[in-house]
Design a protein around this ligand. Structure first.
Ligand code: Q46
Ligand code: ZN
Length: 295
């Protein structure tokens, strides 16, 4: 690991990853030992490694898999298999599976193609559904916190994109911890200080079987292009990604970088009359509006 000027053998590397995760949990005050954690798992290396590390550290961590019903390349089917396989090897943890089509009548690509009239990728609809369902299960099942497997490369790509477009609203909310707000669960990213290849190495050494393919709809995504650019930068100056993200997080937490949004009171929210989740819309929330059929 050039950026840390550190080289470790397999055993010490695993130990290092587990310890560093605990450090991030403490540094950003993510959660304490007595909390119940729900890990959003997709079947990929990041989320399964996160679940593995939290169990390794002795946390009460259960999993949540959302079956999006993406049939291209058997993406959803294969990713569910990987998650079930991991869960069956960890009987101490419980796995919740939410099947979007069974619950709401349409898979993510189906609802996206209906509401978007067949145009474009289903990603914005998919993101909306995932956020809603993650929040719903976390609160309904009485978890204290929702943990996601975002790694440093993911966070840097988002930070870069938000900076490039000066999206201060998004920048203001980019942090390793998003506190609980009325009707919104607390969200944390315990792997945010690890490079993607460090997480991949962890999964490899631990023998975690994960889905290697990205979601077929991720192909050509802007964030993948930004990751390539940032990797070129990292190649020339090792540690650049680490610094870019962590110095930002640090400057934000010490209020050396401020946004107009900081002092503002959050927009007026009210519970959606159908699902109860907070929304700024006058009637139903955006998620519930998805399922209003407009034949
Ligand atoms: S949003 Fe889009 Fe992802 Fe949903 S459809 Fe696939 S690529 S999974 S992070
Ligand atoms: Zn709703």
């Amino acid at each position: 690991m050039r950026h840390h000027k550190l080289a470790l053998c397999a055993d010490h590397f695993i130990e290092w990853v587990v310890q560093q995760t605990q450090r991030s949990i403490e540094k950003y005050e993510m959660f304490s030992r007595d909390k119940r954690i729900l890990v959003a798992v997709s079947g990929g290396k990041d989320s399964l490694s996160l679940w593995d590390i939290l169990l390794e550290l002795g946390y009460k961590a259960d999993g949540l898999y959302i079956d999006l019903g993406i049939e291209n390349n058997d993406y959803s089917e294969t990713s569910l298999e990987k998650v079930l396989q991991f869960a069956s090897a960890h009987p101490e943890a419980h796995l919740h599976v939410v099947d979007v089509k069974a619950l709401y009548g349409e898979s993510v690509p189906e609802v996206a193609s209906r509401v978007r009239r067949g145009k474009g990728k289903p990603c914005s609809v998919c993101g909306l559904i995932k956020r809603h369902e993650m929040n719903r299960v976390t609160l309904e099942e009485g978890y204290d916190v929702l943990a996601t497997g975002h790694n440093l490369d993911d966070e840097v790509a988002v930070l870069f994109s938000n900076t490039l477009h000066w999206q201060t609203g998004y920048l203001a909310r980019q942090a390793p911890v998003l506190p609980e707000a009325s009707g919104l669960a607390r969200k944390v990213k315990p792997l945010c200080r690890f490079y993607e290849r460090e997480v991949a190495a962890y999964a490899l050494v631990k023998g975690i079987d994960y889905i290697h393919d990205e979601c077929p709809f991720a192909v050509g995504a802007k964030t993948i292009y930004y990751k390539t650019l940032l990797n070129q930068l990292e190649e020339r100056s090792p540690g650049a990604k680490h610094q870019f993200y962590l110095n930002y997080v640090d400057a934000r937490s010490h209020q050396r970088i401020r946004f107009a949004e900081d002092g503002e009171s959050p927009p007026e929210m009210h519970p959606c009359p159908r699902c109860g989740q907070p929304t700024t819309a006058p009637g139903l929330c955006a998620f519930c509006r998805l399922w209003e059929r407009k034949e």
